[in-house]
Ligand binder design. Sequence first.
Ligand code: ARG
Length: 265
Amino acid sequence: MHSFLMCKPEHFEVSYVINPWMAGNQGRVNTQLAAAQWQQLHDIIAARAEIQLIAPVPGLPDMVFTANGGLITRNHEVIVSSFLHPERQGESPWFRRFFLGRRYREITLENAMVFEGAGDALFDAAGRLWMGSGIRSAAGASDAIARALRIEVTNLTLLDPRWYHLDTAFCPLHNGEVIAYRKAFTADSLRSIERAFGERIIWVSDADAENFACNAVNIRHDIILYRASTALKAALAQRGYTVIEVDVSEFMKSGGSCKCLTLEL
Ligand code: ARG
């Protein structure tokens, strides 16, 4: 049974700008609509997996993006995030408290390195860890995680501030494929992705990337995302996946979509 951590958007708003999607959206979130959209996403996931909730905290509007709470391993370990922006740094103690309360073993990185959790670190179906750095998480975080967890980590360098977390442009799937967006990565990083996934890469168009199609929650053969083109749906259907679209427009104003709103435990 898959298990996901979510956080009710009781205090969600766009009250600062730390990514390009948030610009111009300050004070523009429809709170009631956000609550309804979050509930819909919650219910779709709850029909397929277990959900745990962390209590929202006033003054921490981005805490709804639980993907950034930390990186969880198969061995019930957690690396709690150290956020780049002061606006989000207050979230870490709350996530830490949640994980320690559930008996996760905390692993710490040397030098309190900037690391934004499962937003920038994703396991693929083969168990390899992929790290995104260059915009939020520190470039050195890959090596630090590899040492701390004693696993192999491939660092991918992000180059465009719109694709600021790895999970905005890269989504490993259940059967070994990956959904990815070329323009988010340096040439070296594209080579790493190609070497590892080859024919199993599903590249998305600009339009799909802008609809956060890579920011998807994959539960077995279901892929839950904001919006996908007919072409992308067909490419996924060919590989046995069904796309479920959920309107999370209010969260997109903050630069986040379905996957950011969840953390797989
Ligand atoms: N406003 C949030 C931020 O900029 C959105 C985080 C989205 N999370 C993610 N995993 N991509 O930090």
